[in-house]
Design a protein around this ligand. Structure first.
Ligand code: NAP
Length: 220
């Protein structure tokens, strides 16, 4: 398939990170679609972007926007540390079902170090970071852990990657490090612009990488 016919669907495009992903995808000649509960004027006014407004629960709208997509990218998540409910695990389950029905294979989604990986090693800084969220933002922590389980239990057969970050920064671009907690290389902070570069780079690989895995990324 030619690159020009490839399309990327971004969930969470209204977030600071999502906006950078949209920019990076456009720069790399992707056809960009975005779906969310609100559309930023700069996206609505850009003829190179297809925008669809809808909720996380609207199956038919989601089906329409997922249809024909090459790669789905999601940076959806709670904006703060407290959320009333956890809509994201059931949203991802819905998306996985629709992906299978519409024969869309690839999804790359953001998670955090609250979700662990068998290759992680002890890191005091990470333990403190996750502990603070557990203590002061327990509902957000629960949501993150539930999303991790949802990928493990419900994304079978799909080419999924749940990449993990610590905290997001507005610096960079910088060298991107991929690894596991406590490996001596991976840091706790990542620039939003580096998230965008890494995600679009992953989406563009001819041979998909990190399938069924939860790598960590940080900025050096
Ligand atoms: N800030 C950090 O240091 C940090 C650390 C680790 C992980 N994260 C996660 O990284 C991601 C990007 O963060 P960010 O700081 O760039 O932006 P953000 O403000 O946290 O973005 C959250 C995104 O999710 C959407 N969203 C949230 N609840 C929703 C709902 N119920 N229905 C539909 N959409 C919903 C928001 O849409 P609206 O614009 O419509 O609200 C927005 O696009 C988020 O998932 C965040 O939780 C952030």
């Amino acid at each position: 398939m030619e690159r020009e016919t490839k399309s990327i669907l971004v969930f969470g495009a209204s977030s600071p990170t999502g906006q950078l992903i949209v920019e990076e995808a456009l720069t790399n000649n992707w056809n960009v679609k975005i779906y969310g509960r609100r559309t930023l004027p700069k996206h609505a006014e850009n003829p190179a972007i297809t925008t669809v407004e809808g909720t996380l629960e609207d199956v038919e709208k989601l089906r329409q926007v997922i249809r024909g997509t090459t790669v789905i990218v999601s940076v959806l998540g709670p904006s703060g540390t407290k959320i009333k409910n956890t809509p994201f695990p059931s949203f991802y389950k819905r998306v996985f079902e629709l992906m299978r029905e519409e024969k869309v294979k690839r999804i790359i989604a953001l998670s955090t170090f609250s979700v662990s990986h068998p290759n992680d090693r002890f890191s005091l800084v990470c333990r403190l970071l996750v502990g603070m969220l557990w203590l002061f933002g327990n509902s957000a922590w629960k949501n993150l852990v539930e999303v991790g389980k949802t990928f493990d239990e419900h994304a079978g057969g799909l080419e999924w990657t749940l990449f993990r970050v610590g905290f997001l920064k507005d610096q960079g671009p910088a060298k991107i490090v991929q690894g596991y907690v406590g490996d001596g290389k991976l840091g706790m902070g990542v620039n939003r612009v580096d998230v965008a570069r890494w995600v679009v780079g992953q989406a563009s690989r001819d041979k998909t990488e990190n399938v069924g895995d939860k790598p960590g990324i940080s900025s050096a």
